[in-house]
Design a protein around this ligand. Sequence first.
Ligand code: HEM
Length: 377
Amino acid sequence: MGSLLEFLPGDITKTITMSPVLMVLGVVLALISAVYTLTSSGRRNGSASNPQRSAKASSKDSLEIKPLNGLDYRAVEPTQYRPFKPIFHITMALQADSPSELITIDSEYLDRVSLRRQIIAQHGDMVHACLPAGIEAVRELHQFLLRDYLPTRFPTMFQLRDEGRHLDNLVTGRSFPTAAPEDEDAAAALRVLGETVEEDMFLLMGEPEGHRAVAFLCCFPSGFDPSTKVGKLLREIHTPVPSYEKIGPSMERFFSKIEVGKNVKRTNWSMQTHSDLFHYDRHDQHKSDEPVATEEIDMSKTYARIELQTLSRLPKTRAILFSFKTYLYPVESLKKEGLGPQVADAIEGLKTGNAPGMWRYKGAPQWGEPICKYLRS
Ligand code: HEM
């Protein structure tokens, strides 16, 4: 669908060009039309290729993306999440999220995507891969982000050229075709995403047995090797997670019901005594559970690591997209904010809730005591 102005009679368009008030009205109409184009393309994608989709889903699958016009990403402070509760309970704890907020960009963007490019070059298959069952979903995600989402949401950072055939990243200076690579090289499409956005991503397809990871791009893993998760069902992916059985069945049910355009989000948290974003060694595989002496932990290099995780459904392939953006907050800053006792309680609360194994799983025997002592000092 073109601009609404194309469909107005000639004398009306003449009036529009002459009157400033009506010109503004015209721009507003054109914007509404652009949003409509995006939403209707989502609807088209959703209904044409999958006869199994429910009527309920097809009526609600709009993917309206609100532009952040005039955004200077360098002026955007990273969001400060503080999800510290006195007792850790394993729960889904999902909140509604807007499709516009699928990707988050802040002042760390350029450093982060440059680091991701290096990690992909260095670690290859360990950080991205796609099974044959995931090729179409990767292509759909690549096209949606490059052609629709990024240039609409962040027009000061991403611009389309050649009638939408190329996307220019004005921050990195890199350009990419908006169509996914023709030769079905889904890994190449994932590499483009990896150096364009900061979010890590898993794509899952529903099967009678459960939801299976069919593709991933994960440059910032925290305590696991992402390549060991592809091809596995949700419950297999979460095998090392203590008390996962308490939420696994409801997660599977929830995943089956996610509707297009009805995104959700959640956060998790842990602590780390280094500044690495790429960290695949398991947190609970230290030779000894002896706490590290307080003086051996450099508090200036100790961070709360928080992931903002989102879940959404792609309209055409019906794949589930699990994406997450990683934040590192210095414990020194948390203490300065006056949150020391609250964070220390949350650390100790890892052993007292409905999943006491979390204390060990998150590696707290190593750093729990010294960090709590510091936070309460
Ligand atoms: C409602 C959705 C989900 C919930 C409630 C959930 C819950 C959890 C929890 C509680 C942990 C332990 C660490 C932590 O505290 O975060 C965990 C770890 C993990 N989750 Fe999830 N998860 C969800 C979705 C997913 C999805 C869709 C994937 C992707 C395939 C995934 C992949 C992982 C991985 C790779 C780990 C680390 C496992 C390891 O240590 O080997 N999660 N998840």
